[in-house]
Design a protein around this ligand. Structure first.
Ligand SMILES: *Cc1c(COP(=O)(O)O)cnc(C)c1O
Length: 456
C-alpha cells in the first residue's frame, strides 16, 4: 500500500462542486445541433420547449458557458448520497500483480444503484420550478426509471415511465421499486399511444426497444397538459449534470497529489463517460494536461467502433429531433442474447464529436469477457458491479495487465457506474456457462445504416 494514499478518498461536503462543467465551451469543433425532422433546420428553443423543460432547453443549447451554477436545492439532494468515493483498488492491483495504480469512482451508493440520479434530480428540479405536474420517460434496464421516480417523489411530481417490455417482464422488482416511489410503469410498446399501437400492429409480439419506448413517452408528454419529457442519457444537458462525477474525481486526485494517465468509462448513450471525462477533457482541450480517454462499448452494439457519424433518429417512431452522432441506425436492435445493457443505437453528440476529432479512443468488448471481469472484480473488491460498469472494469484490467508486461506504473481511473443486483438473470446465465457472444456481421449493420435519414 502506498504510504499516503487511503483506500477511499471523499471530499468534504463543502468541497463538492457548486457548478457543473460544460465541456462544449472548450471544444473547438462544437457538437452538431439537433435538427427538426420536418424542416432539417436546427431546433429552436421554442420548438424544443414543447418537449423539454425550458431551463433544460437552455442548457441543451448552451455551447458557450463553461460553468453553470448547480441550484442549492439540487446540491442539498446531492448531499444525501454524494460526494461519492474515489477508491484505490489495492486488492485488485495486488491480485493482478500490476505496477499500475487503479482507481475507480463509485456511483452505486444510492438506492437507484447508478449515476443516473445525478441528472434525474436536476431534471425533476427544473420541471418543478417550471410549475409542471409531471414528466414522462422511457427506461430500458430500469436504472433511469428508478432514479427518476426517486427524484420525482422528492419534488412531488407525477412520473410516467414507459419500460421496455422485455425488461418489464424480466425485472418485476425494478418495476416495484419505481411504483414504491410513486411512478406509474407501462410496458412498451403499449396500446396507450398511437405510436405504440402502430408498432404493435407492425410487429406483433415484439418485446420492445428503447427507441420505441422513447417515442411513446414523448407522445404522452406532448399530448398532456403540464407534462414534459425527460431523457436519462445522450443529451448534452445530461452530460452537463453528470460532470459532478468528473469534477469530484479531479478534486480528489488534486487532494491526493495524483493524476490519472488513462480514464476509462463504459458508453451506452455516453452520459457517465461524458461526465467523468469532461473536466479532464477540458484540461486537454485547453492544453493544460494530457490524458488517454477510452470509451468501452459492447461488441454486440458497437456504435462508436463500427457505426457511422451521421444525423439519425433518436427513436423508433421518428418523433424526436435528429441528432448527429455515431450510430448504428435507429432500427438497429442488438441480438437477443445480449445481456449487458448499453444497447442504445447512437451515442451522445458531444462524445461523438470528441471521438471524431481523435481526442478519445473507443474499444468494444464481448460480453463473456465482461462478465469474467465482473466476477473477478466482485470476488476481489467486494462490489457486485452492474454489467454496464463491467465493460469499464474489463478494459481497466486489460490496461493494468499491459502495464505488468511493460513495467509501466501508469495511473488508471475508471467509472464504476453502478451495482448489479437487478441483473442476476444475466449473471445466472454466465454462472451456468450459458452466455455466448454475438458480434453483428457487416450485413447486420448494413440494414441499420440503410434506415439513416438523408441529410446533407
Ligand atoms: C444507464 C447506465 C449506463 C450507461 O449509460 P450512459 O449514459 O452511457 O452512462 C452505465 N452504467 C449504469 C449502471 C447505468 O445504469
Amino acid at each position: 500500500m502506498d504510504k499516503n494514499i487511503p483506500y477511499k478518498t471523499y471530499l468534504e461536503e463543502s468541497e463538492m462542486p457548486k457548478q457543473w462543467y460544460n465541456v462544449r465551451a472548450d471544444m473547438k469543433n462544437k457538437p452538431a445541433p439537433l435538427l427538426n425532422p420536418a424542416t432539417l433546420k436546427p431546433m429552436t428553443a421554442e420548438e424544443l420547449g414543447v418537449v423539454f423543460c425550458d431551463e433544460l432547453v437552455q442548457q441543451e443549447l448552451n455551447t458557450t458557458d463553461a460553468y453553470i451554477d448547480i441550484p442549492e436545492e439540487i446540491r442539498e439532494f446531492y448531499k444525501m448520497y454524494r460526494p461519492s468515493p474515489l477508491v484505490r483498488a489495492y486488492c485488485l492491483e495486488k491480485a493482478l500483480g500490476t505496477p499500475a495504480k487503479i482507481y475507480y469512482k463509485f456511483e452505486g451508493n444510492n438506492t437507484s444503484g447508478s449515476h443516473k440520479l445525478n441528472s434525474a434530480i436536476a431534471q425533476a428540479y427544473y420541471a418543478k420550478k417550471q410549475g409542471l405536474k409531471g414528466v414522462t420517460t422511457e427506461t430500458g434496464a430500469g436504472q433511469w426509471g428508478t432514479a427518476l421516480s426517486m427524484a420525482c417523489a422528492y419534488f412531488g411530481l407525477d412520473c410516467k415511465v414507459y419500460m421496455v417490455k422485455v425488461s418489464y417482464e424480466q425485472k418485476p422488482f425494478r418495476r416495484e421499486v419505481m411504483r414504491t416511489y410513486g411512478a406509474s410503469v407501462t410496458p412498451s410498446p403499449s396500446d396507450t399511444t398511437n405510436v405504440g399501437r402502430k408498432i404493435l400492429a407492425e410487429h406483433p409480439g415484439t418485446t420492445g426497444s428503447l427507441g420505441c419506448a422513447i417515442s411513446e413517452a414523448v407522445e404522452v408528454a406532448v399530448g398532456s397538459e403540464g407534462y414534459r419529457y425527460v431523457l436519462g442519457s445522450v443529451l448534452n444537458q445530461v452530460l452537463l449534470h453528470q460532470s459532478v462525477i468528473g469534477l469530484e474525481s479531479l478534486a480528489a486526485f488534486e487532494k491526493l497529489g495524483e493524476k490519472p494517465d488513462i480514464i476509462i468509462g463504459c458508453a451506452g448513450g455516453g452520459s457517465n463517460l461524458g461526465g467523468l471525462i469532461s473536466p479532464f477533457m477540458g484540461q486537454k482541450l485547453r492544453g493544460e494536461a494530457d490524458y488517454r480517454f477510452i470509451a468501452v462499448e459492447p461488441a454486440s452494439c458497437p456504435s462508436l467502433t463500427r457505426g457511422k457519424y451521421a444525423y439519425d433518429y433518436c427513436d423508433t417512431g421518428m418523433v424526436c429531433p435528429l441528432a448527429k452522432m455515431y450510430t448504428l441506425g435507429s432500427g438497429f436492435i442488438p441480438s437477443a442474447n445480449h445481456a449487458g445493457g448499453l444497447r442504445y443505437h447512437g451515442m451522445s453528440s458531444t462524445l461523438s464529436q470528441l471521438y471524431d476529432d481523435k481526442l478519445m479512443e473507443a474499444v468494444s468488448v464481448e460480453q463473456t469477457k465482461v462478465f469474467e471481469a465482473a466476477q473477478q472484480f466482485a470476488r476481489i473488491e467486494g462490489i457486485l458491479p452492474a454489467p454496464e460498469s463491467s465493460h469499464a472494469i474489463r478494459v481497466a484490467i486489460d490496461e493494468a495487465l499491459k502495464c505488468k508486461e511493460t513495467g509501466e506504473e501508469k495511473t488508471i481511473l475508471f467509472g464504476l457506474t453502478g451495482t448489479g443486483y437487478f441483473d442476476m438473470v444475466a449473471y445466472q446465465k454466465f454462472n451456468d456457462g450459458e452466455m455466448s457472444d454475438y458480434i453483428p456481421t457487416d450485413e447486420d449493420l448494413a440494414k441499420g445504416f440503410a434506415g439513416l435519414p438523408k441529410v446533407d
